[in-house]
Design a protein around this ligand. Structure first.
Ligand SMILES: Nc1ncnc2c1ncn2[C@@H]1O[C@H](COP(=O)(O)OP(=O)(O)OP(=O)(O)O)[C@@H](O)[C@H]1O
Ligand SMILES: C[C@@](O)(CCO)CC(=O)[O-]
Ligand SMILES: [Mg+2]
Length: 330
């Protein structure tokens, strides 16, 4: 039995635009998904994922001669997506090990809210690939895991995914991703993250498709995507200078442009404004949007407190940058 974990992330800048070749800077946070994998005697996959619904569920599928569809009492799209990520992770591990037709018992435990912009999918896939590969006796380096995890996200998101979430989760720390070029950013200043969560989810695939449509229909939407790239480039200079105030201002601008691209939500805007009114250095939605989380920068407790009293904010918490990526737990 092997267990691996991998962190979630917030985007300092650049989500969505990164899908079209602009740079982005996600930062890993100290909230992890843990995946435990144990080889079975047969070819089936049995998954326990207690976070997927309030009651949790267990599902078994696959294996020759069996119905590949799981028989469970939870909304099908949720199960299909989860099957996609977990199936994909196992497939990648089997491929890396040169194996085939091996079943596993898999348990997923996670501190990362699902579908909320904190990269829960990438963390589950990264941890899953590492745990399953080790269960098969293969040690993969973080770069290889990132690459294989990206292929899984790409498939599940219908061919519209960047390497940002998976690279960040595998490597940890702050990273810069542009197309296939993925690097860690060293010596980042202390980033006092505060996260607000509205309890909702956004469908990453649908939101990405919406931005693509806008971008194809309007030149100014395409310009907006490019402007997000400009913000990221300015943000890299601010990071290099350790200028956290400037980083905050750029995050505010980034949120405005994401909003223009239609991926914000009333609850996200409300939390962003609550953070701004509490004198946060900056605040923006993080991840694909539509609902989920905002990330603010504040060295004081004011934003945290303000978010706790903001209607529509279900949870507010501080998060530290996690310099460690995928990690062996057992
Ligand atoms: N704890 C978990 N157990 C099982 N599956 C999970 C878990 N966490 C995430 N997943 C899978 O990841 C999906 C959410 O991925 P999605 O990309 O929509 O959101 P996200 O990764 O949290 O946010 P974003 O991509 O915007 O940063 C879930 O629907 C589920 O399939
Ligand atoms: C919206 C997006 O940019 C980030 C989702 O966390 C999609 C991606 O990069 O694959
Ligand atoms: Mg995701």
């Amino acid at each position: 039995m092997t267990t691996s974990s991998a962190p979630g992330k917030v985007y300092l800048f650049g989500e969505h635009a990164v899908v079209y070749g602009e740079p982005a800077v996600p930062c890993a946070i100290e909230r992890r998904a843990r995946v435990t994998v144990e080889r079975r005697e047969d070819e089936r996959l049995r998954v326990r994922a207690n976070d997927l619904t309030l009651d949790g569920f267990t599902v078994t599928w696959g294996g020759s001669g069996t119905d590949p569809r799981p028989d469970v009492d939870v909304p099908t799209p949720l199960v299909e997506a989860a099957m996609g990520y977990i199936d994909g992770a196992i497939e990648q591990a089997l491929d890396a090990a040169g194996e085939d037709g091996i079943g596993f018992d898999i348990t997923v435990e996670s501190d990362i809210p699902l579908g909320a912009g904190l990269g829960s999918s990438a963390a589950v896939v990264v941890a899953g690939i590492d745990a399953a590969a080790r269960e098969l006796g293969v040690e993969l380096d973080a770069g290889t895991i990132a690459d294989r995890a990206y292929r899984v996200e790409y498939d599940v998101q219908d061919g519209q995914a960047s390497r940002a979430d998976t690279f960040c989760s595998a490597m940890g720390g702050a990273v810069r991703v542009q197309g296939d070029d993925c690097q860690r950013i060293e010596d980042v200043p202390t980033l006092p993250f505060v996260i607000g969560y509205d309890g909702n989810t956004g469908d990453t695939g649908k939101l990405v498709a919406g931005v693509r449509e806008l971008k194809e229909a309007y030149g100014f939407a395409a310009d907006t995507v490019e402007s997000i790239g400009d913000i990221v480039r300015s943000g890299e200079i601010a990071l290099d200078d350790g200028d956290v105030e400037e980083i905050g201002r750029l995050m505010n601008f980034n949120h405005g442009l994401l909003s223009a691209l239609g991926v914000s939500a009333r609850s996200l805007d409300t939390m962003v404004w609550a953070a701004r009114e509490a004198d946060a250095l900056g605040a923006k939605l993080t991840g694909s949007g539509g609902g989920g989380c905002i990330v603010a920068l504040d060295r004081t407790e004011q934003t945290h407190t303000a978010l706790e009293y903001t209607p529509g904010c279900e949870d507010a918490f501080r998060a530290e940058l996690d310099t460690e990526g995928v990690r062996r737990e057992r």
